[in-house]
Write a protein that binds this ligand. Structure first.
Ligand code: AMP
Ligand code: ZN
Length: 112
């Protein structure tokens, strides 16, 4: 738990979110500024700053995040989807609590 972290506050329930999933390790909720018709975030309850802050002990947690993505995407009606983890300011990260973006459902996504 990091006191000023917005995602820690969502995990604790101190600020609201449009939650679609929760278990002992993870929470998932809709992004407040969606970039696609469907756009949600998979977030570990543990405060880890970014993918660059992950260590071997987080391997199972990272795997769990990835495996949850297609399950929730299907539940949200997506056939195909894109996943993204922005890492560090230069990687476009704005919230410094690890999260996996999952989005899709618009006509087409730009090539990357
Ligand atoms: P990133 O740039 O990868 O750090 O992405 C942070 C994401 O969190 C952005 O897509 C924001 O729209 C989203 N976001 C920020 N605050 C909230 C919030 N309170 N509830 C849901 N999504 C949020
Ligand atoms: Zn946090």
């Amino acid at each position: 738990m990091s006191v000023d972290c917005i995602f820690c506050k969502i995990v604790k329930g101190d600020i609201p979110s449009k939650k679609i999933y929760e278990d002992d390790d993870l929470i998932a909720f809709h992004d407040i500024h969606p970039i696609s018709r469907v756009h949600f975030l998979i977030v570990p309850k543990l405060h880890i700053e970014s993918l660059a802050g992950c260590e071997a002990q987080h391997q199972a947690l990272l795997g769990k995040m990835l495996l949850l993505a297609p399950k929730l995407a299907k539940e949200q009606g997506l056939i195909g989807f894109r996943t993204m983890i922005n890492t560090g300011r230069e990687g476009g990260q704005e919230v410094f609590h690890l999260h996996l973006h999952v989005f899709g459902g618009s006509d087409s996504l730009p090539r990357v």
